[in-house]
Ligand binder design. Structure first.
Ligand code: ADP
Ligand code: MG
Length: 785
């Protein structure tokens, strides 16, 4: 076993503690984890096992391998405290950090430095990863500030006034940056009054615990972090959170001021470059980190090695050592917290961290010397010591008594010199005290100037009269602002309501417009139907006309037959009939013919007398005359009607095309506009949107009005065309009249056509009376036509 033995150092100016973090999920294999670290139950000692060639052992043999003492070397260390894997944030704070905070409150400078490989829990220990005041994950920084504020509140001595300030900085690539304010790179300065300090670093007055989280959040967001193989959120920078507590106590003998500073240092990962597999810029970065960590090691080495009365301490070799000069110089209560991982992979780094921490224990020549090193070295050291002691004893026993007296005389002389030195030091101190009084005075003035930011101890802040009156003022202001806001909101609500009403109105209007459009479309459809009907009727007329023409042709033939009969009976052909035949070949009137033929057929040819012939001649002349007139009129009317109908048809057709085009454009535009309105209405109902809707609606209304007018006019025109007589007064009246006439004449003609000529023989009296009846009805009908 390798012993790093020694007494537990009991130096309250420098404490070294170790925290072993629990294994991470990635370090646990098949639910099993082999720890290289074992913490003693007294939490003062720890052993780290160096398993030989463990990487060559198969997984299944591991348990057996690690339990065999011949397979490992044991290193044992003793520290002020060792936190095992299951330690809580609260335990770490209460047992270690709280002492530093107490020192700060007593007016000391205290520092807590977190050291260790990336991913071992430095940031977790210093910050914790929570901004919730009630979380058990809170780290040392928030807990320290909570503790300071509790102290201020609980302090029974109300004559003490406190002021708490915070700063947060980062050292990255040897550049110092303010983490609480955007600023260029900062420099370290030193003066007699303030000692070592960062020039222009912002300090923020913290008035309550709530403000801590704001500052931490702000600072953490600015920290330079990057991914490495070891830990994805590893920080490659050193971060220092500084809490300054100033306090003035009023006593009977006068005022006394105290200033305590608490530095909370989260160092960058202590691992070597090759461990993180860095290259390029990252390599440079790691070198700088290594450089600053080596400087830290050198400073500690210089402090711990006995190099005479005034040894050179290389604080200036890096920014971090320069900044921590106070903390490492001995006039500060410093706590080293070294973090290690218990994983086998991390063994090398864990051991080197423990050695570093062990070395740090000896800062300021503490009476306890704890060495690290193997057993052989220790033994050699013991041997050398024994040899040295033996030599000294021999030399002393050889020395004569006279020499001893001389030596005593020398020592006496030296003691006198020391006394004189002490006296001058005392005088110097008195001078310093005077200066200190002056300084206190100035401080007092400064504190009274910063009165607004002061916190009164021994009393809850909210109970002080200043606080109460400020609170009341603030409340009045808030109430007034609240009222104003309410009025504003009410106004806004009303305007929204109005806008809504307007929108509803427009909606209604739109609906109405839509209904009108539907109605118009229906009417247009009706009109189209009417046109179709008219077209059909026209076709019927045409058909009827053709039939009429056929009939006329037939009658022409019959007239000719008639003529023949006249010739046969040697009756002179009336002039009328001849004219008729010649002039009006197309206007052959078959109806009369039909009638006459029927008549002739019903009278036996032998019974015809001259009287009868004359009578018959007159009758035919009369009937033919009549018929010619009617036919003339009928043909003229029909021509007129056809022309008129053709014209109307064209007009309607054109109207229809034009209207369809206009309608399509209008409907398309209206639809787009409605889409836009709906889009505005469904999106956020802002004032702007409602304004747009109103505008859009106005436009739409105008568009519809303009667009609908021609349609209305067309429709009106159509209606006036169908109903009124202003445009072509006789058109429809004529058509209707012709329609009736046509219907009548058609019916008549059909009837007449059905009256087939009877055979000339076997004419019975009954048949004769039937004929008369028919003749009469035909005459009546013609009369009607
Ligand atoms: P470092 O700052 O040293 O690089 P972190 O503080 O970022 O390491 O810790 C690395 C990871 O380990 C984090 O996920 C952290 O939550 C976890 N961790 C570290 N220490 C502890 C602990 N004592 N208990 C629980 N988790 C821890
Ligand atoms: Mg970290």
């Amino acid at each position: 076993m390798k012993q790093n033995n020694g007494q537990t150092p009991n130096n309250e100016n420098l404490r070294v503690v170790i925290r072993v973090r629990p294994p991470m999920a990635r370090e646990i294999r098949d639910g099993k984890f082999i720890s290289t670290v074992q913490v003693a139950p007294d939490n003062l000692q720890l052993c780290i096992f160096d398993y030989h060639a463990i990487e060559l052992v198969p997984d299944e043999d591991l348990e057996q391998y690690v339990s065999n003492p011949s397979n490992y070397t044991l290193h044992q260390f003793t520290f002020d405290y060792v936190y095992d894997q299951d330690s809580t944030q609260e335990q770490v704070y209460n047992t270690t950090a709280a002492l530093s905070v107490d020192s700060t409150l007593q007016g000391y400078n205290s520092t807590i430095i977190a050291y260790g490989q990336t991913g071992t829990g430095k940031t977790y220990t210093m910050h914790g990863f929570s901004f919730n005041p009630n979380s058990d994950q809170l780290g040392i920084i928030p807990r320290s500030l909570h503790n300071i504020f509790n102290h201020i509140q609980m302090k029974s001595n109300s004559s003490t006034t406190f002021m708490v300030r915070a700063s947060y900085l980062q050292i990255y690539n040897e550049n110092i940056n303010d983490l609480l304010r955007d600023s260029p790179t900062l420099n370290i300065r030193e003066d007699k009054k303030r000692g070592v300090f960062v020039e222009n670093l912002s300090e923020w007055a913290v008035r309550g615990p709530a403000e801590i989280y704001q500052l931490m959040r702000k600072g953490n967001a600015k920290r330079v972090t990057a991914s490495t193989r070891m830990n994805d959120t590893s920080s490659r920078s050193h971060a220092v959170f500084i809490i300054t507590v100033e306090q003035i106590e009023e006593k009977v003998e006068g005022k006394s001021a105290k200033v305590g500073k608490l530095n909370l240092v989260d160092l960058a990962g202590s691992e070597r470059v090759r461990v993180t597999g860095a290259t390029g810029q990252r390599l440079e970065e790691s070198k700088k980190i290594n450089q600053s960590l080596s400087a830290l090691g050198n400073v500690i080495a210089a402090l711990t090695e006995n190099r005479g009365a005034k040894p050179h301490i290389p604080y200036r070799d890096s920014k971090i050592t320069r900044l921590l000069e106070d903390s490492l110089g001995g006039n500060c209560k410093t706590t080293f917290m070294a973090m290690i991982s218990p994983a086998i992979d991390a063994f090398g780094e864990s051991l080197s961290t423990l050695k570093f921490a062990n070395r740090a224990k000896t800062i300021k020549n503490t009476p306890i010397v704890n060495q690290d090193g193997d057993q052989g070295a220790l033994l050699r050291k013991y041997q050398l010591e024994i040899q040295k002691l033996k030599q000294e004893l021999e030399e002393r026993s050889k020395q004569p008594l006279e020499n001893l007296v001389n030596e005593l005389e020398k020592e006496k002389q030296k003691a006198l010199e020391d006394k004189q030195e002490a006296q001058s030091a005392y005088e110097q101190r008195s001078n310093d005290l005077f200066k200190e009084t002056e300084l206190r005075k100035q401080l007092e003035e400064k504190i009274s100037a910063l009165n607004s930011q002061m916190l009164v101890g021994g009393q809850k802040i909210e109970e002080t009269p200043q606080f109460q009156s400020a609170l009341e003022k603030q409340q009045r202001l808030i109430r007034q602002q609240y009222q104003e806001k309410l009025t504003e909101l009410e106004k806004e609500r009303q305007s929204i309501e109005e806008d809504k009403a307007q929108t509803d109105k427009y909606k209604q209007l739109l609906l109405k417009q839509r209904d009108i459009m539907i109605a118009l479309t229906n009417r247009l459809n009706d009109r189209d139907e009417t046109i179709l009907q008219l077209q059909e009727e026209l076709d019927v007329y045409e058909k009827l006309q053709k039939e009429n023409e056929d009939q006329l042709h037939l009658k022409q033939i019959r007239l000719e037959q008639f003529e023949e009969i006249f010739l046969e009976h040697k009756i002179e052909i009336p002039l009328m009939l001849q004219n008729q035949k010649q002039n009006n070949k197309e206007k052959v009137v078959d109806i009369q013919n039909d009638l006459q033929i029927q008549k002739l057929e019903s009278i036996p040819v032998q019974t015809l007398h001259t009287n009868q012939q004359v009578q018959s001649d007159a009758l035919i002349s009369y009937e033919l005359k009549n018929q010619i007139e009617i036919n003339k009129q009928l043909q003229f009317d029909m021509k007129l009607t056809r022309i008129e109908l053709e014209k109307s048809k064209n007009e309607i057709e054109q109207l229809k095309i034009k209207q369809n085009q206009e309608q399509t454009t209008l409907i398309e535009n209206a639809r787009k506009s409605v889409d836009r309105i709906l889009e505005q209405l469904t999106s956020e109902q802002s004032e702007q949107n409602l304004g747009n809707v109103a505008k859009e609606l106005n436009q739409l209304q105008r568009m519809l009005k303009q667009g609908l007018q021609p349609i209305r006019n067309h429709v009106k025109g159509q209606y006036s065309f169908s109903k009124s007589t202003s445009d072509s007064p006789n058109k429809i009246v004529l058509i209707n009249k012709q329609n009736d006439q046509m219907a009548k004449s058609t019916g008549q003609l059909v009837k007449l056509m059905q009256m087939k000529p009877q055979p000339k023989q076997n004419q019975s009296p009954v048949q004769s009376s039937k004929l008369k009846q028919k003749q009469k009805s035909v005459e009546d009908l013609w009369g009607q036509i």
